[in-house]
Ligand binder design. Structure first.
Ligand SMILES: Nc1ncnc2c1ncn2[C@@H]1O[C@H](COP(=O)(O)OP(=O)(O)OP(=O)(O)O)[C@@H](O)[C@H]1O
Ligand SMILES: [Mg+2]
Length: 311
């Protein structure tokens, strides 16, 4: 199973469009594909694929990441009902859910932030997992990076993208070091959202992007077909299969497929003690009470603690 994150902390550069388009094109090639909507905005689920968010009383990615729910990943998955799927393939989605925004705060409480997503999907059975990341270098993006073999980076050819790509590079190195994992592969940069014919300004920015030495994949120039497909809740490869954008998604899918099997073995997810909030508070309260002159003792005793087991 190959895991790919679509990342760029810059907003509105085409992450969600690329995640949906690449995932759909892989499914069309007959691959078993899981798309994870990891952006709390939930645009992949609702705006692009016309699907509903998971009801609050059902198992969801937000609950799985915080270990409020510990069932099999299959129970989080909803098949997309209206995409062209090649023989043997599938296009499954883990949609957004209430609690995704709150999740960022809760995940920060884990002692070792980073491996929660990898843990949730480690026993999933797909050829490709594509993760649509939020427009931030936050704990969700770090989780996606920790879990991924490689990344796709959509960029708009302008000056701000140069700096964005540099910052992203720093973050990738930071995650590699903090979670202690092998290097994350740059599958490629995908330039998009520019008007054709390309302006001198955009072409100059593209030239500068080349200097990063990251493979430059097929472009996704502006096209109203992208919005029309989203309005119908289907991927562009299904809605308008002959368009430039659909062809681009197929080429990008072929590139991702080219890495299948290159990454040896499954991602090794380290063991972690379960984080129990009440245990954490109990530890804090013991430590604080030990160093306290008594004036704040009662304050710590008011905090929620795990009920004592009867002796
Ligand atoms: N090639 C394109 N042609 C026309 N419209 C596009 C194209 N790519 C993306 N869009 C539109 O631009 C908007 C932003 O794209 P998208 O949501 O994919 O970006 P994003 O990086 O995921 O945004 P965010 O940072 O908010 O998550 C969307 O409305 C999308 O439909
Ligand atoms: Mg998005």
């Amino acid at each position: 199973m190959q895991i790919t994150s679509v990342v760029n902390q810059k907003g509105g550069v085409g992450k969600t469009s690329l995640s949906v388009g690449a995932a759909a094109a892989l499914a069309e090639r007959g691959r078993r594909v899981l798309l994870i909507d990891l952006d709390p905005q939930g645009h992949a689920t609702t705006e692009m694929l016309g699907m509903a968010e998971i009801p609050a009383d059902r198992p969801s990615m937000a609950k799985a990441l915080t270990k409020m729910w510990k069932g099999p990943v299959e129970e989080l998955v909803v098949p997309h009902p209206r995409s062209n799927i090649g023989r043997g393939g599938c296009f499954d989605v883990i949609p957004t859910s209430p609690g995704m925004f709150d999740l960022i705060r809760r995940l920060d409480q884990f002692r070792v932030p980073g491996w929660q997503l990898a843990r949730v999907i480690q026993f999933a059975n797909y050829d490709h997992v594509i993760i649509d990341c939020p427009p931030a270098l936050d704990v969700l993006t770090n989780n996606a990076l920790a879990a991924s073999h490689g990344i796709l980076v959509p960029v708009q050819p302008d000056k701000t993208s140069i700096r964005a790509l540099r910052l992203l590079g720093d973050q990738v190195r930071y995650v590699e070091q903090t979670v202690g994992r092998p290097p994350i592969v740059y599958y490629g940069v995908v330039p998009g959202l520019y008007r054709r014919p390309i302006s001198h300004y955009a072409a100059a920015a593209l030239q500068e992007l080349y200097t990063f030495g990251i493979p430059m994949l097929s472009h996704l120039p502006l096209g109203v077909v992208m919005n029309e497909a989203a309005a119908h809740g289907v991927p562009v490869t299904t809605y308008a299969p002959e368009t430039l954008q659909a062809l681009s998604f197929r080429e990008i899918a072929a590139t991702l497929d080219g890495y299948l099997g290159v990454h040896a073995g499954p991602t090794i997810v380290p063991e972690e003690d379960d984080f129990v909030f009440e245990d954490f508070i109990a530890e804090v309260s013991i430590a604080r009470n030990a160093n306290d002159n008594g004036s704040r003792k009662k304050l710590y005793d008011l905090l929620p603690k795990k009920p004592q087991r009867p002796r």
